[in-house]
Design a protein around this ligand. Structure first.
Ligand SMILES: Cc1cc2nc3c(=O)[nH]c(=O)nc-3n(C[C@H](O)[C@H](O)[C@H](O)COP(=O)(O)O)c2cc1C
Length: 302
């Protein structure tokens, strides 16, 4: 039965991604090990964990004021908060919680909408901002319409214009190729999110599978974030070991948010951070900058 379930949707990018996470094994290193630090340094600020909120949106159907509750949870856990699509009033309420927030703006067809949103996010005091370039198209090869808003793909030249329009770090979300990693660097991005946007396309490469190649391209010039299917501190550890500087968690915080609001979010971040620390301790990883990729083994190879 379990095997049937496992292979029930071979095209499903979330399923493929889960299988890839589970194919990675971790060796243990105990001699000279120390109590690890999970502190994250990002854009000049310090956080208690490399586990950040994903760029979510429209969480009112999960919990009343869901986006603000999530921000409060991130603030209480001293974690980075992200915000996806949403109106100006909501972003102002999110940043008013004190949560250090990264705003991801949609690839609106009209660039003036983007410039307006960049300006508004700056006024709200966001920590950084960016664009999810992977949400330009629908599955039919036409430009997507998201809740009545027209999207379209952006050129390298347009990305440079957005980046030049702000002094804040600008992040490109939805990088899943070496080619886009090169272009993100050329555009002047200050961070990328390696992601398939929770399976926006079938048979998408698992982010962790392509991460080491992308990390080689980026070569520590800018931070690399990863999302999609992060469910535990062990998943976080594998992402960090393979080249991520930090990760985002989305769907895994939905249930805690629904049940317990900001408390639930905070508790979930702390629980996953402790799981991460547990693996770091047993792999002689003293801090986030000292996780040796050679602790990771691929299960298929034995
Ligand atoms: C309810 C929901 C809303 C989302 N809204 C956005 C959004 O507005 N902008 C964006 O870039 N990504 C959005 N995402 C995608 C997430 O940022 C993330 O890439 C994806 O969920 C994968 O992470 P996960 O597997 O931890 O959920 C959304 C995801 C969910 C589940």
């Amino acid at each position: 039965m379990r095997d049937m379930e496992k292979h029930s949707k071979p095209w499903d990018s979330d399923q493929i991604t889960r299988e890839y996470f589970d194919s990675l094994l971790v060796e243990m290193r105990h001699i000279d090990a120390v109590i690890p630090s999970t502190k994250l340094e990002l854009y000049g600020e310090t956080f208690d964990t490399p586990i950040m909120m994903a760029a979510l949106s429209h969480l009112d159907n999960v919990r009343e004021n869901g986006m603000v509750e999530m921000a409060k949870g991130a603030y209480a856990a001293n974690a980075v908060n992200w915000a996806g699509m949403g109106d100006e009033e909501e972003l102002a309420a999110i940043t008013a919680t004190g949560a250090r927030t990264i705003k991801i703006i949609k690839p609106y067809a009209d660039n003036d909408d983007l410039f307006r949103k960049i300006e508004h996010a700056e006024r709200c005091g966001v920590f950084a901002l960016g664009i999810d370039v992977d949400h330009a198209f629908g599955g039919n090869g036409k430009c997507d319409l998201v809740l009545g808003h027209q999207m379209r793909p952006k050129s390298l030249a347009e990305l440079k214009e957005f980046i030049n329009a702000t002094k804040l770090p600008f992040i490109i979300k939805g990088v899943l190729s070496e080619q886009d990693a090169y272009k993100a660097l050329e555009a002047g991005a200050k961070g990328i999110v390696v992601s398939h946007h929770h399976g926006i396309m079938n048979y998408a490469v698992p982010p962790l599978y392509i991460l080491p190649k992308i990390a080689k391209v980026i070569n520590h010039q800018i931070p690399i974030f990863v999302d999609c299917g992060i469910m535990s501190g062990m998943d976080v550890f594998k992402a960090l070991a393979l080249g991520a500087d930090a990760v985002s968690a989305g769907r895994v915080i939905m249930e805690p948010l629904r049940k317990n609001g900001s408390e639930g979010v905070k508790d979930q971040i702390i629980k996953m951070t402790e799981e991460l620390a547990g693996v770091m301790a047993r792999t002689c990883s003293q801090d986030l900058k000292h996780i040796d990729p050679s602790v990771i083994w691929k299960r298929n190879g034995w």
